[in-house]
Structures are given as structure tokens and as C-alpha cells.
Write a protein that binds this ligand. Structure first.
Ligand SMILES: Nc1nc2c(c(=O)[nH]1)N[C@H]1C(S)=C(S)[C@@H](COP(=O)(O)O)O[C@H]1N2
Ligand SMILES: [Mo]
Length: 232
């Protein structure tokens, strides 16, 4: 890893102790190199880190998520108001409440998160219901080849081939980073599609519709690849 050289927002040099502290928090690999050439405004405060001294928030970079939303405001859904609809080309359409999803088998795993624009967060823990579980319960009809995913932000959509949708680490995520998925991260329920760029992981999940073919999603209509596999 390159030794980062940088200065804080006020021009104060970022000391070696702070840098080593970041490394101690598991930030190695995202601190330094090309990251430091990014504009300060491209980075949010690393709100996901424990930062008892407040020192980290003076750094222009960190292994932190950006909070993305293509819409201005997103309504809040909670235990009472949350619903997930599974329908389309299925034998058994269903509506799940948060408690229904919590009662289903869960899977937990850790993976690196990659946004296609270049930022990554290493070692993120996810838990949720495998999408394959919901698909099995719905019983896809013979012509179904894809899923269309909707968000209760009212705008964002995504799609996956049925094959990708059945991979074990494609989850309807209820937990992320050791707690319930926060509103800003797309809670109470979001998608996490492992092995694919972040745009495939729809936040504020509201609908899963089985379709005959993949319908390009929000970013795909704006030029992102339909497949979205990391490294391709
Ligand atoms: N509903 C919705 N889902 C979304 C997005 C969005 O703008 N709206 N952005 C996508 C992109 S491009 C990325 S990288 C991730 C970012 O997740 P985060 O906001 O939890 O960091 O969410 C994805 N899912
Ligand atoms: Mo992204």
C-alpha cells in the first residue's frame, strides 16, 4: 500500500498516527493511491466507522459508503408499513410484511461492495432472505426468465436474469454492517446482489416481478451495462 500523503480539509497535515489508526480499523487498501486525488466533495464523512476521537471526520477519504438516491426524498417505511410484493409470471403471488421476511430462513456473509464509479467498501456483512427462497415460494411460470425489481422511492428499477437471481448471495437484505438496514442505505429492506456493481442492489425494495425478459433498469437506460458483473 502507498503511504498516503494528504492534508485535512483545513489544510492541516493528516498525521501518521491518524493514518495508522485508519489502517488499524481495516481501512488498508482503500486509503491511498488514486483515492486521494478525488475531490473532497465526492466523499461523505465516514459515518459507518467508530470514531470516538472525531479524527476520522477530518479526513477527506475513508472506506465509507456514499448514500445514493436518484430521487429527492424517499418515504420512510417501518415494521407496520413495509410491504414487499412478489408477482408477475408466478403460480403464487404474495405480499410480505417485514415480520414475514424476518421469519424466513436467513443467510449471512461478508463481501466487498463496489460502486461502478470507483469507490468500494471492503468486508461488508449482509444478512437476509436469499432471493431464491422467495422465488421458490412464488413458483416461477415456465416463460419467466428474469426478475424486475422495484423501489418504493417510486423511480428506481433494476433487473436480473433468473439465473443470476437464484445465486446464493443475491439477497433481500434485512441487515447490513451489523444492524438493521438504515433508511439511508435503503431500509428497512434492500437488495444486495453479490458479484455485481452496486447499482444492481436496489434500495427501498418494494417489488419483485417475474418477467419473460430483462427490462433495463434506471441506470441501464442511462448507459450502464445490463449484466453489471464486477470486472467485466
Ligand atoms: N432506490 C435506489 N437504489 C439504489 C440507488 C439509488 O439511487 N436508488 N443507487 C445504486 C447505486 S449506483 C449504488 S452504488 C448503491 C449505493 O448504496 P448505498 O447508498 O447504500 O451506499 O445503491 C444502488 N441502489
Ligand atoms: Mo453505484
Amino acid at each position: 500500500m502507498d503511504e498516503p500523503r494528504s492534508s485535512g480539509p483545513a489544510g492541516a497535515p493528516v498525521g501518521r498516527r491518524v493514518v495508522l489508526g485508519l489502517v488499524g480499523l481495516g481501512a488498508a487498501g482503500v486509503v491511498g493511491g488514486a483515492s486521494f486525488s478525488r475531490r473532497l466533495s465526492d466523499w461523505l464523512a465516514p459515518a459507518e466507522l467508530h470514531d470516538p476521537t472525531g479524527l476520522l471526520s477530518t479526513l477527506p477519504v475513508g472506506p465509507a459508503f456514499r448514500y445514493y438516491s436518484v430521487t429527492g426524498g424517499v418515504p420512510r417505511r417501518n415494521e407496520q408499513s413495509y410491504r414487499l410484493r412478489v408477482d408477475g409470471l408466478v403460480a403464487q403471488p404474495a405480499t410480505y410484511r417485514l415480520s414475514d421476511l424476518q421469519a424466513l430462513p436467513q443467510t449471512t456473509f461478508t463481501s466487498d461492495f463496489h460502486c461502478v464509479t470507483g469507490w468500494s467498501v471492503p468486508g461488508v456483512e449482509w444478512s437476509g432472505v436469499p432471493l431464491s427462497e422467495l422465488l421458490d415460494r412464488a413458483g416461477p411460470a415456465a416463460p419467466a426468465r428474469a426478475v424486475r425489481i422495484r423501489s418504493f422511492d417510486g423511480t428506481y428499477t433494476e433487473s436480473l436474469s433468473l439465473e443470476d437471481a437464484r445465486l446464493p448471495h443475491v439477497v433481500v437484505a434485512l441487515r447490513m454492517l451489523g444492524g438493521p438496514v438504515s433508511h439511508d442505505h435503503g431500509g428497512p429492506v434492500r437488495m444486495y446482489v453479490d458479484g455485481h456493481y452496486g447499482y444492481k442492489s436496489t434500495k427501498w425494495l418494494s417489488g419483485i416481478e417475474l418477467t419473460e425478459r430483462e427490462v433495463p433498469g434506471y441506470w441501464e437506460r442511462r448507459g450502464y451495462p445490463l449484466e453489471g458483473t464486477i470486472g467485466e
